[in-house]
Write a protein that binds this ligand. Structure first.
Ligand code: ZN
Ligand code: ZN
Ligand code: FE
Length: 760
């Protein structure tokens, strides 16, 4: 049998992840000749060899690809036989205006960790990396991905790094950030504003000692600064909270390894996979209840049964854990709460040097700021809640023409999104667009994305809310057409775009707050919609929100509002814990506000109903972090309880009987865990019954779930399984946040659809 020739085109995330050297190794292994080449759109391979060997090559291409590579498609075309003498890697080639994808940052690989233990210029070298690992997005300033266009440009490669970089069979062939202790970045330790150490071994030893003794240290990471302290030291954790002005929001914890983590949290196979993935996100896990020894500091996660944990992903994390006494440290973003994570060395010293026990900086600049990402495994899938380091800027592939669209997102948990061809580039987590610093970060990142992905903006998409910073930013962006998208329509459209749906569906959007077309605050919405438009079919009944935003921070106000609606002035006869917690005068005032309709916007927000129940159960009267009430309520859920409370499907979805049922149960002394579970079951059933009646009328069988309330695992799993048991096709978010971080993708999809239909 003679040789044959084949052309192979590989698309997806195949650049900056060691793909060409991998192709070279596989081709050589199977005695194939030809070449491999990067274009700005894809990787092209020309092969000549035995048919059987080529077949084996193609299988390996799929099965053994480097971990961070994401192959979208492999297409092959048979060619006339072309004889080659060898297999070569050819230079990059520009074929069009299209751009290649940029790899997210990749956790340090085992080979590089091994290199750190070998004598030579990488012994203990904390910036070791190779084509399979290391910084990517956070250091990239422009395309094509080349050292000169990264923040590594100020470090000239030493001869030995250069040799590896140019050697096609080396693991560091074309590894743009490659470096060693002779030529690369280094750490510096500051005490006060004074630089006291530069030797990495001494720095690590010193920092470990400080942490062991209860100190707090600021450490520069991949996408920003972290604050670190011993996760077992209550005093240190309290100190860290005060330092950040962060009252109750749970802290993330980094464990030394999976083994020590399993002492403190339940880990199933999918959770283990997420923890160990090269993306190294924070994974939300259920805490173990058997009080393991030594106990983690109680102040870590405010008594919730969820723990946000991650495993080491930078070389210095591994180095620290070798010295630390305990197997876990708090590793939380280095910033004052409500500000974005710090990236600049000067700012870090100015703001934190006098407040912490030490500051560890390095001289590799962070160009693209990223936070640690957060995921949770629900209904057998990884659900991304905060999409940042390790995930961004991988695009979302759609079947739509998104070219030139810029979508500005919502307000809290903001992300924006830009369209290039059929790809949507969703930004990293921005934070809450209320502080000035976050707004500046938002503005700057929008222009960075536009430049990086060569976007020529031609259409803008914003939320319907006139007061959102993002809306105002969009409206003042330039003289371009603007599409305004209702918040919950955008939620559903986001989930539709993630699943390539372009048809009429039943949308269930449950969240806290979104501006409605009637001027009220929506958030418990069941709609019929497609990508172009929506019809609101039913919703959680409206309830006055006494004090507006203040009521979101003080759930007792919402409970009073509900009780007043259900019991009128008789509410004072009820024996509820909230009456012992809150000044009766204040309660009276809230009732007056409702009576006179003073600062009492109407809301159908599902999050508010959860807040109300959390207050009735005395889980929280005044929140110390966002969604505290719903999280505490979910924490109590018991899988074995299948009962529910009554509710009514009228004009709207009415919960007066639910509230009565809860109040009665409290009077009977029913356990809070049972009440919380019955309440969850009620919401699940109410969604199901509403959706079922829509199916009967409209004959639509696809249900799309979105909104921040679906971060609740019990609610998501319960809703999905009940709907699926009844033969609904159910779609929920996985790669894209179900919270407002996913909104911009929905705005982008709606804008694209309206443009296609010539509505803009
Ligand atoms: Zn590596
Ligand atoms: Zn070097
Ligand atoms: Fe929302």
């Amino acid at each position: 049998m003679g040789d044959i020739s084949l052309q192979v085109i590989v698309t997806g995330l195949v650049q900056g992840v060691g793909f060409r050297p991998f192709v070279f190794r596989m081709a050589t292994l199977f005695r194939l000749t030809g070449w491999v080449q990067n274009t700005n759109e894809n990787v092209r391979i020309q092969l000549t060899g035995k048919a059987g060997d080529i077949a084996k090559f193609l299988v390996s291409l799929k099965e053994q690809a480097p971990p961070a590579a994401m192959i979208d498609r492999i297409s092959t075309t048979e060619m006339e036989m072309i004889p080659f003498t060898s297999f070569t890697i050819q230079g990059s080639h520009d074929v069009s205006d299209a751009i290649t994808e940029i790899s997210p940052d990749i956790a340090v690989c085992q080979d590089c960790l091994h290199d750190m233990e070998q004598p030579g210029s990488r012994l203990d070298y904390a910036f070791v990396n190779c084509t399979n690992c290391g910084p990517r997005f956070t250091i990239i300033q422009d395309l094509p991905y080349d050292r000169a266009k990264t923040t590594m440009k100020s470090f000239a490669m030493c001869p030995s790094c250069r040799q590896e970089y140019e050697n096609v069979s080396d693991r560091r062939f074309h590894a743009q950030p490659t470096a060693c202790s002779i030529c690369g970045p280094r750490y510096e330790l500051y005490a006060g504003a004074e630089r006291i150490r530069e030797n990495i071994v001494e720095i690590v030893g010193h920092v470990a000692q400080l942490i062991d003794r209860g100190g707090v240290v600021l450490i520069k990471g991949l996408g920003g600064m972290h604050l670190a302290c011993d996760a077992f030291n209550e005093t240190a954790v309290t100190k860290l909270r005060e330092l950040k002005f962060r009252e109750g929001k749970p802290f993330a914890v980094m464990f030394r390894d999976l083994e020590s983590l399993k002492v403190y949290a339940h880990v199933n196979a999918l959770e283990e996979q997420a923890l160990l993935s090269w993306r190294r996100p924070i994974v939300l896990l259920a805490k173990k209840g058997n009080s393991p020894q030594p106990p983690l500091a109680g102040g870590l996660n405010s008594g919730l049964n969820l723990l946000g944990v991650m495993l080491p992903y930078m070389p210095i994390h591994y180095q620290l854990f070798r010295q630390l006494r305990n197997p876990a440290m708090v590793l939380t973003s280095g910033n004052f709460s409500s500000e974005p994570i710090l990236t600049d060395n000067r700012d870090a010293l100015d703001q934190f040097a006098a407040r912490v026990d030490a500051v560890v900086l390095h001289n590799r600049d962070i160009y693209n700021r990223t936070d640690d990402s957060v995921v949770r495994i629900s209904a057998g899938k990884e659900r991304v809640f905060r999409r940042s380091r390790g995930y961004v800027p991988a695009p979302v592939r759609t079947g739509m023409n998104l070219e030139g669209i810029v979508a500005f997102g919502a307000e809290l948990t903001n992300c924006f999104c830009v369209g290039k061809g059929q790809k949507a580039f969703l930004s990293q987590h921005m934070g809450d667009l209320q502080g000035l610093e976050t707004t500046l970060f938002y503005e700057k990142t929008i222009s960075q994305f536009i430049q990086l992905f060569r976007i020529r903006p031609s259409l803008l998409a914003v939320d319907l809310h006139p007061e959102y910073v993002s809306t105002r930013m969009g409206l003042s962006f330039g003289d371009l057409p603007v599409v305004k998208v209702q918040h919950h329509h955008a939620h559903i459209a986001s989930c539709m775009a993630e699943h390539h749906l372009d048809e009429r569906v039943i949308g269930v959007a449950l969240d806290g707050t979104g501006y409605g077309t009637d001027g009220h605050i929506w958030g418990g919405e069941i709609m019929l919609c497609d990508l172009n438009d929506f019809t609101r079919i039913t919703h959680f009944e409206y309830i006055p929100l006494p004090g507006g935003d203040t009521a979101v921070e003080e759930p007792w106000r919402i409970a009073v509002s509900w009780l007043y609606k259900v019991y009128g002035k008789d509410l004072f006869q009820l024996n509820l814990p909230l009456f012992n917690r809150v000044d009766p005068e204040k309660i009276g005032l809230v009732i007056q506000m409702i009576d006179k309709n003073i600062n009492c916007p109407l809301t159908s927000g599902a999050g508010r109903l959860f807040d109300c129940v959390a207050s009735l159960l005395d889980l929280v009267q005044v929140s110390s972090f966002q969604a505290e009430g719903p999280m505490r309520l979910e924490s109590l859920v018991q899988d074995h309880c299948h009962a529910n409370y009554p509710f009514r499907l009228g004009e709207t979805i009415e919960f007066a009987e639910t509230i009565q049922g809860i109040v009665d149960d409290l009077a009977l002394g029913t356990g809070k865990d049972i009440i919380a579970t019955k309440f969850h079951n009620t919401v699940i059933l109410a969604i199901f019954e509403s959706v079922k009646s829509i199916r009967i009328k409209e004959g639509i069988n696809k249900v799309v779930l979105s909104g921040g309330v679906f971060q609740n695992k019990y609610l998501l799993e319960g809703t999905m399984s009940l709907l699926q048991k009844n033969n609904f096709e159910v779609y929920s978010h996985a790669a894209i946040p179900t919270n407002d971080g996913g909104i911009a993708l929905g705005q982008l999809a709606v804008a694209s659809k309206r443009r296609e239909m010539s509505c803009v």
